[in-house]
Design a protein around this ligand. Structure first.
Ligand SMILES: C[S@@+](CC[C@H](N)C(=O)[O-])C[C@H]1O[C@@H](n2cnc3c(N)ncnc32)[C@H](O)[C@@H]1O
Length: 302
């Protein structure tokens, strides 16, 4: 299965899990594909639904994709921008990265967001409490080599093409709002920040959020799939068995490449929670012998 990689990257990006998720989806495509936690968009963009509601509470992700949709950002514009900015990065190195970071934190331009996302350390999206992007430089002044720019340009072109032939809406809003308007014919894919693992200003995901999400999904009139995790080599996700135990749970091992700490780059047992009987369980869940409760204050980035 060919997976189209989106132009933005984020922690917890599901590129490698798309085939698994896609295989589990049982939907006739007649309603809306709804994603309350869009992130990079890799899942929805590969599903290629005719109509979709793509939401995230990070305004920069939504602005970026809205600008592609309206044509304010085109593949050619991205090429010119990255060639010019990439040239400056090669000449001036990290000082230039920090100049662009300052410019973005002042003006919030979507193309600067793309530049930072692709030049920062490990391709993560992280903001401080003041709403400022605060990921350090990825130490690659030659980052925007010709082939890399072409790759990004093609990724933008892919999303642009789909937004033209589909009925896709991108909204910056909280997941509670998104889940308030689901119909039976829709399909919901939820990929919230992983409790205790993905944390930043837009991602302050704590126990109460997971609990509310669970309560809302229990009432969800359509089919849904939720992505979460079962365990790493260090710990178990105890919430999987307390809150999500009434649903079908499938698991699969996955290796994340995005993350600041070596410890977070080890493999993770990923889980999918379904409110229907999925037909492709690669591994069905076995209850772990011992639970280690997560401390949500710990900041782990994949
Ligand atoms: C794990 S990421 C989604 C990754 C995505 N599925 C992918 O493959 O790239 C979680 C996303 O949820 C968003 N988010 C966090 N809290 C939210 C909230 N309360 N409402 C809506 N979106 C939220 C974050 O900004 C982030 O983009």
């Amino acid at each position: 299965m060919k997976i189209h990689i989106p132009p933005l990257k984020c922690q917890g990006i599901k590129s490698k899990l798309v085939p698994w998720i896609k295989n589990c989806v049982e939907w006739d495509g007649k309603g809306l594909w709804i994603e309350p936690f869009l992130g990079s968009g890799v899942v929805g963009f590969n599903m290629q639904p005719k109509a979709a509601l793509f939401c995230d509470n990070n305004p920069h992700i939504i602005n970026f994709y809205n600008e592609i949709k309206t044509g304010a950002i085109t593949a050619e514009l991205v090429r010119n921008f990255l060639e010019t900015e990439g040239h400056q990065l090669t000449k001036q190195g990290q000082d230039y990265y920090y100049q662009v970071r300052e410019r973005f934190n002042r003006d919030k331009a979507p193309l600067d967001f793309l530049f930072l996302n692709r030049a920062c350390f490990n391709g993560v999206i992280r903001f401080n409490r003041r709403g400022e992007f605060n990921v350090p430089f990825g130490h690659k002044p030659e980052r925007f080599a010709k082939a890399y720019i072409t790759k990004i340009v093609n990724q933008v072109a892919y999303v642009a093409k789909l937004t033209k032939v589909s009925d896709w809406t991108f909204l910056c809003q909280d997941y509670r709002r998104t889940l308030a308007n689901v119909s039976q014919s829709d399909f919901v894919y939820c990929d919230p920040p992983y409790l205790g693992r993905h944390v930043d200003y837009f991602n302050s995901w704590e126990e109460k959020e997971e609990e509310q999400l669970c309560a809302l999904l229990k009432k969800c009139p359509s089919k849904f799939i939720l992505s979460t995790w079962q365990n790493t080599s260090h710990r178990e996700n105890a919430y999987l068995h307390s809150w999500w135990s009434t649903f079908q749970i499938l698991t699969k091992e996955h290796f994340y490449h995005v993350g600041a700490k070596e410890i977070n780059r080890s493999s993770v047992q990923e889980a999918l929670v379904l409110n229907f009987q999925g037909n492709v369980p690669e591994t069905t869940l076995e209850k772990p012998k011992q639970f280690v409760l997560l401390e949500s204050s710990e900041n782990y980035n994949f």
